[in-house]
Design a protein around this ligand. Structure first.
Ligand code: HXC
Length: 258
């Protein structure tokens, strides 16, 4: 059996997935994404996990799809295997929050993988870019769709057409990144944020994520209705009763995540 391309661990109620192909700056392949998707599905199904963190190494979150592996492929090759398609789609179906802890390069598919997560915490050394144009291709896992939604058309066009990399500060100002922290603190900060999320009532967390994602996929009136129905539904949960009673009784809430 070949070496696993990721490492996983559980800390409290947080599941951590670490990309582990440091020699090639965590270059992505179907196999690597299969492993990531499997690990995330396992965490998603585990009642003792409330949030997930995805990270890489200090030098690279991921430097994109594996260029050496794909350079000679034909159209039929990439089409038939739905290259970086089918298994990446399963990442979209993870229902618990996923935070990307990004240090170093997040390029091409690496930037897209980070954007696929629910939010990004970046180290000061992070560099985001979509350099596919230099290889004669375009982003293939959402870059042309998620980048303009995150940063607006002008910045997305600039990055995708010129292949310009941007640093963590620019990415934060543009809205791509939620927080920038000292590089050596990225994982710690992301794990702490995930622990906070994992301490919150899980049904509310999952419905909040689902409702925010609707903002990208439906007209405003549909999104507002979706949010309101989820809001109403939460009144059927234990944690809503516990959270509100604890507030009124001025005590700490004891959530059961149900
Ligand atoms: C395969 C890669 C790689 C990649 C780096 N490596 N990126 N191998 N695919 N995407 C390998 C290098 O070949 C090298 O291997 C080792 O990792 C270290 O990289 P260096 O280039 O020596 O490091 P450095 O000089 O510091 O430059 C870092 C870098 C550069 C700026 C990140 O590696 C780079 O430009 N990488 C390619 C980035 C890119 O074009 N990404 C988009 C890919 S297309 P050796 O064996 O020489 O030590 C894509 C499409 C996605 O992502 C669409 C669908 C999802």
């Amino acid at each position: 059996m070949s070496e696993p391309m990721i490492k996983t661990e559980i800390q409290g109620r947080v599941g951590l997935v670490t990309l582990n192909r440091a020699k090639v700056l965590n270059a992505l392949s179907n196999e690597l994404i299969d492993e990531v998707a499997q690990a995330m599905r396992d965490f998603d199904a585990n009642d003792d996990i409330g949030a997930i963190v995805l990270t890489g190494s200090e030098k690279a979150f991921a430097a994109g799809a594996d260029i050496a592996a794909m350079k000679d492929w034909s159209y039929a090759d990439v089409y038939k295997q739905d290259y970086l398609g089918h298994n990446w789609e399963s990442l979209r179906r993870i229902r618990k929050p996923v935070i990307a802890a990004v240090s170093g390069f997040a390029l091409g598919g690496g930037c897209e993988l980070a954007m696929q997560c629910d939010f990004i915490i970046a180290g000061e050394n992070a560099k985001f870019g979509q350099p596919e144009i230099k290889l004669g291709i375009i982003p293939g896992y959402g870059g042309t769709q998620r980048l303009p939604r995150a940063m607006g058309k002008a910045k997305a066009m600039d990055m995708i057409l010129t292949a310009r990399m941007i640093g963590a500060q620019e990415a934060e100002q543009a809205g791509l990144v939620a927080r920038v922290v000292p590089t050596e603190k990225v994982l710690e900060e992301a794990m702490a944020a995930a622990a906070v999320i994992a301490s919150m009532p899980l049904p509310a967390v999952m419905m909040a994520k689902e409702s925010i994602n609707r903002a990208y996929e439906s007209p405003l009136n549909e999104g507002l209705l979706f949010e309101r129905r989820n809001f109403h539904a939460l009144f059927s949960t234990h944690d809503q009763k516990e959270g509100m009673n604890a507030f009124v009784e001025k005590r700490e809430a004891k959530f059961r995540h149900e």
